[in-house]
Design a protein around this ligand. Structure first.
Ligand code: ADP
Ligand code: ASP
Ligand code: MG
Length: 586
């Protein structure tokens, strides 16, 4: 007898007919002898309708009352779902988040799960009932109803699967699996038979709306097997699982975050502590920042740029302006008309010419790239919002994602988390959804090369990384800062042994464009690894503060959901490692 969690999204329960059809799936599984827990979203666009109603009352509804309101959507659908099962002659009990005992923190509208009690659900399952759980909601320690953030029913489902020890968590939705990019945006997208936790986590967090990224944090931390499949068609779907990185693809998918905003603090005095002041202020309001970029700057001053979801722009700007005054920055600029296109692949670090391929594809479409950041498993580029869909199309094609690949690329590998410390990390967590830090690593084998004064025209990054690729250079971290006065800055790291070749190639490119090149023969790269690093606001800050306190300056930063990297001077490597190990308790 297996235990299965089945989750049905809004479209899958949009009307009575669809609810009955979904209920039939749960009944069939139960009749086959399995224990079944169903997690249901609000019907159709009900959550949007409720959000809109609130807006008709006030511009600034309190977050607590929003949760009170939005949670009703799921309460309606679970009751109807249970009735549908009962009407077919089977036992079913519907439960709200509070009735199950899904305890969350008190961050209304984006609460994180702290614990889930299993007693009630298990006794109902033992009694032969199908349990219908309301998605997206919980209760805080003071008895207030909370919600987990839009799309959060996925997270309820995977979290329940984790605590109940379910054999599989099936996500029934209106697409028949995870595609190489949103098939509604790009018809040539292809369904992936399987995808690794890390890739799905990264894609979801970078804009692929098919899964709530926090659900994949649970899946990875607790080793939950997730199957995404269609509510309406009986086709295989996509399995999300721990994957053997050795057989991984260079690119698995492309994501578009179409509503991004960029904020730049201009001419910040370049001293340890500026970044900390900024990012601690943002973290305090729970804003998750991405694409953190600092340029080298002139006269002891530098610009710090970062992106936030456009919804967070007003608050982020207010806070950034306050900090700018405090730390002596000369001004704050912003742009809300931007989108972030990212390519994700676990095998990227070992593949050649990945950056060149991406930027050449964008240059071909005459799409200007405003900012670039990378990590081991993704490259993100900030572009004008109007260029977003064309950018996705170009990058998707450049990586051959429109052509069927030989599958399976993902051989299933061992348990959750890493090879080193499977559930050790999770055991130390106070709340189930707390940030899980695994390790802090030091790599002293890289050199840093920086272009300054590069004219900001479409194709600059393409030319740089094409040339470096031709020279056979394996580039690791890449950062392109937000251009100022028509001039951009690109920094990248290469293995120290390739430094001379990289610098020579860079000088050649720079000469042709009136740019300058500087290099640092040896730098130290520090990496914090874990799960949910970017989406937990404040991780970057936990890294900036202890380094700033030691007077250690950070040259480059890059983030992903599974890793946060910084480059510091080589002679600060060991000290930084010790400081960070202490700060992160590893
Ligand atoms: P549900 O209501 O079932 O939770 P969602 O609307 O949240 O469904 O998610 C499904 C949608 O995600 C699809 O209709 C599709 O447009 C979108 N989507 C975005 N990126 C992807 C992707 N890479 N693969 C599949 N679907 C995607
Ligand atoms: N009903 C909620 C929403 O629309 C949660 C979900 O569907 O996952 O965001
Ligand atoms: Mg969804």
């Amino acid at each position: 007898m297996a235990l299965v969690v089945q989750k049905f999204g809004g479209t899958s329960v949009a009307d009575a007919v669809k609810i009955k059809a979904a209920a039939a799936k749960a009944i069939a599984r139960h009749a086959a002898g399995d224990k079944v827990v169903v997690v249901v979203s609000a019907m159709g666009h009900q959550t949007d309708i409720l959000v809109d109603l609130a807006k008709q009352i006030t511009d600034r509804p309190s977050a607590r009352e929003m949760d009170m309101l939005l949670s009703t959507g799921e309460q309606v659908s679970v009751a109807l779902f249970a009735m549908a099962i009962q009407a077919a002659g089977h036992k079913a009990v519907s439960l709200t988040g509070a009735q199950i005992g899904i305890r969350t923190d008190s961050t209304h509208t984006k609460a994180r799960i702290r614990s889930i009690s299993t007693d009630h659900v298990n006794s109902l399952l033992d009694s032969g009932a199908i349990v219908i759980a309301a998605g997206f909601q919980g209760i805080d320690q003071n008895g207030n109803i909370t919600t987990l953030g839009r799309g959060g029913s996925d997270t309820t489902a995977v979290a329940l699967a984790a605590v109940l020890g379910a054999d599989v968590c099936e996500i029934y939705t209106d697409v028949d699996g995870v595609y190489t990019t949103d098939p509604r945006v790009l018809p040539e997208a292809r369904r992936l038979p399987s995808i690794s936790y890390d890739e799905m986590l990264e894609l979801a967090s970078l804009g692929a709306g098919v899964m709530h990224s926090r659900s994949i944090e649970f899946a990875k931390k607790f080793g939950v097997k997730v199957l995404v499949r269609s509510s309406f068609k009986d086709v295989p779907g996509t399995l999300i699982l721990a994957a053997d990185e050795a057989t991984a693809r260079a690119a698995s998918g492309v994501a578009l975050a179409k509503d991004e905003a960029r904020i730049t603090l201009e001419n910040v005095p370049d001293q340890p502590g500026s970044s900390h002041a900024l990012f601690s202020e943002l973290a305090a309001s729970g804003i998750a920042v991405d694409m953190i970029v600092q340029n080298v700057g002139q006269g002891g001053r530098a610009d710090i740029s970062f992106t936030v979801p456009e919804d967070d722009l007003a608050e982020a700007l207010e806070r950034a302006e306050a900090v700018a005054k405090q730390i002596g920055a000369e001004g704050v600029s912003h742009d809300h008309n931007v989108a972030k296109v990212s390519v994700v692949g676990v095998g990227m670090a070992r593949a050649e010419g990945v950056a060149g391929r991406m930027f050449t594809a964008l240059a071909h479409e005459k799409i200007n790239v405003h900012m670039i950041t990378t990590s081991e498993i993704k490259i993100s580029a900030l572009v004008d919002r109007k260029d977003g869909p064309a950018a996705v199309k170009a990058v998707h094609k450049a990586f051959g994602l429109d052509v069927a690949a030989a599958e399976p690329a993902h051989a299933a590998a061992g348990g959750p988390l890493t090879k080193s410390s499977p559930l050790e990390v999770v055991r130390r967590l106070e709340g189930m959804e707390d940030l899980a830090i695994e390790d802090c690593l030091l790599d002293s084998s890289q050199a840093l090369v920086t272009f300054t004064d590069l004219p900001d025209t479409p194709g600059v990054a393409a030319q740089v990384f094409e040339e470096l690729g031709k020279a056979g250079l394996n580039v690791d971290m890449i950062v392109q800062s937000h251009p100022r006065n028509g001039l951009a800055e690109i920094s990248f790291t290469v293995p120290a042994a390739s430094r001379d070749a990289a610098t020579a190639a860079a000088k050649k490119i720079a000469a042709a464009r009136g740019a300058k090149v500087a290099d640092v023969p040896h730098v130290a790269k520090l990496s914090i690894t874990g799960v949910g690093i970017r989406s937990h606001a404040g991780v970057a800050d936990r890294l900036f503060k202890p380094l700033a306190d030691e007077g250690i300056n950070i040259d480059l930063v890059s983030t992903s959901e599974v890793r946060l990297n910084v480059i510091v001077a080589a002679d600060h490597g060991q000290k930084s490692l010790a400081v960070l190990r202490k700060a992160f308790g590893v």
